[in-house]
Design a protein around this ligand. Structure first.
Ligand SMILES: [Zn+2]
Length: 279
């Protein structure tokens, strides 16, 4: 699933392509895509100008004049792409948006169809529960706030990092990579991590998210930015998706286990299992 770095990359590539342009038409090709707002809400976007594009957590917000916002969640396989007028739409295109100037259209394409769209008439953070419930942005969280987020959480650290109400935008790939970089086992209870390790984890979170954004995100399956470019950070993954391969630090075999229903990749030597937790 596209996580913070991928959605940030999509937002950055989308911004120069649509900000300032006026929407002239929207074709909703799959009714199930639209979760809030209804067809009427979409119709009301005709004639509106795009004021900005931003990311919040794993969601992409397209802000329009008149206080309206389109919120995209790419989920597993959602893609934002541009196609020339008349280029055939394949069966996975679920929405097409046309603009007053130019002969291209923005398409939302989604093979697995888990992605969704919200069409909001008011301020997004109050009009949308999904946005209102999000925790802070990881790159805006300082060391003290980060320590406070983990403090008192008895849950396993991997699950806390994935909990969008605590921190918004971290998913499976980056949680595994930041835990490896900090030498913390994914099953360690968050509240039992010492201050030194919490500081290391905060540092690795920032470093890894920033490097992943700089690399244009990770392309695991079909992730692309709005220019059709794939990401490059997958070649820097040190444990994610590397089960059975040697740890780049110590050479031990990378292992995979399930934590809170999610596959977790870790090095059994660099990330010692917490005491009292059996394999
Ligand atoms: Zn290792």
């Amino acid at each position: 699933m596209p996580e913070l770095p991928e959605v940030e990359t999509v937002a950055r590539s989308l911004r120069p392509r649509i900000v300032g342009r006026t929407i002239t038409g929207l074709d909703l090709l799959d009714r199930t895509l639209l979760r809030t707002g209804g067809r009427r809400g979409l119709e009301a976007l005709r004639g509106r100008r795009v004021l900005g594009v931003r990311r919040r957590g794993k969601m992409l917000l397209v802000e329009l004049d008149g206080g309206r916002t389109l919120v995209f969640h790419l989920k597993m396989t959602g893609q934002i792409l541009f196609a020339g007028e008349g280029t055939p739409r394949d069966k996975h295109v679920r929405l097409a948006v046309r603009f007053a100037d130019g002969r291209d259209e923005l398409r939302f394409r989604d093979v697995r169809r888990f992605g969704f769209l919200l069409c909001l008439a008011g301020p997004p953070e109050s009009a949308c529960g999904e946005l209102a419930g999000l925790g802070p942005e990881p790159l805006a969280v300082g060391p003290a706030e980060f320590a406070a987020i983990l403090k008192g959480r008895k849950g396993r650290i991997k699950s806390v990092l994935l909990d969008q109400r605590r921190l918004a935008g971290i998913g499976n790939i980056y949680a595994d990579e930041m835990l490896f970089a900090a030498g913390i086992h994914p099953e360690k209870p968050a509240s039992s991590i010492g201050p030194g390790a919490v500081e290391r984890l905060h540092g690795s979170m920032r470093r890894i998210l920033e490097s992943a954004i700089a690399a244009g995100g990770s392309t695991i399956r079909d992730y692309r930015d709005a220019d059709g470019q794939s990401g490059g950070f997958q070649s820097d993954h040190r444990v994610y998706g590397r089960t059975g391969k040697p740890c780049p630090v110590c050479g031990a075999s990378v292992r995979m286990s399930r934590v809170g229903g999610r596959s977790s990749h870790f090095c059994p030597k660099c990330q010692p299992r917490p005491r009292g937790r059996k394999r």
